[in-house]
Write a protein that binds this ligand. Structure first.
Ligand SMILES: [Zn+2]
Length: 200
């Protein structure tokens, strides 16, 4: 036998496309799935199907949402004129935990990464630029990760956003270089928010 049955081979190939999962890990996961009880495997498949069918990016900010508009954008108490730009929806959770922010968010769904061949055109900023053009936003806070990708992304955003009449800030003071927003403790991230600095 030169290879696994087709069904198994397909599953391994699919799993190997996951971020950070190579062929070897993909095989391990596939064998694990094979050893699962049939009922559990069916639940897993249903789970994958359900997240795809029920969770969509928010129409305004790209945050994960089961509604067309996410709970942050839909909250009348949030200041819609202040927008914090983050790379991923999980960064919103980290910032919400600090309780230091009352504006809304905009999720890029990625960052610029020359190593992975991801350029500025892959970032989803169209909806944000539209709102800036219409003058709906007074203040933007760039909260990309403090790593190379986050820095490249921030520079690109500054280039794009400084064309509009808007106050532009970056968080970052006190955040050690190389760290991602989701791993910063709430106190440090909260402080970084309070001490945001203007971009000139
Ligand atoms: Zn939203």
């Amino acid at each position: 036998m030169n290879s696994f049955p087709n069904e198994l081979e397909d599953l391994i190939e699919r799993l190997a496309r996951f971020p950070g999962v190579g062929r070897r890990s993909a095989e391990r996961i596939a064998f694990y799935i094979l050893k699962m009880k049939e009922k559990d495997a069916t639940e897993l498949a249903k789970n994958i199907d359900a997240v795809h069918k029920t969770i969509k990016p928010c129409r305004i900010c790209n945050n994960f949402s089961t509604q067309e508009i996410c709970p942050v954008c839909a909250n009348p108490k949030r200041d819609k004129e202040i927008v914090c730009i983050v790379e991923e929806p999980k960064d919103i959770l980290a910032i919400e935990k600090t309780s230091q922010y009352e504006g809304v968010y905009y999720v890029l769904l990625g960052s610029i990464s020359p190593l992975e061949g991801i350029g500025p055109e892959s970032l989803s900023i169209g909806k944000l630029l539209n709102r800036l053009r219409k003058g709906e936003i007074k203040e933007v806070i760039i909260s990309t990760d403090a790593d190379n990708e986050g820095e490249l992304t921030a520079q690109f955003l500054i280039e794009q956003i400084s064309r509009y009449k808007v106050k532009l800030y970056r968080i970052g003071i006190g955040i050690p270089l190389g760290i991602q927003i989701e791993y910063i403790d709430s106190a440090t991230l909260g402080r970084a928010f309070l001490e945001r600095r203007p971009v000139t």
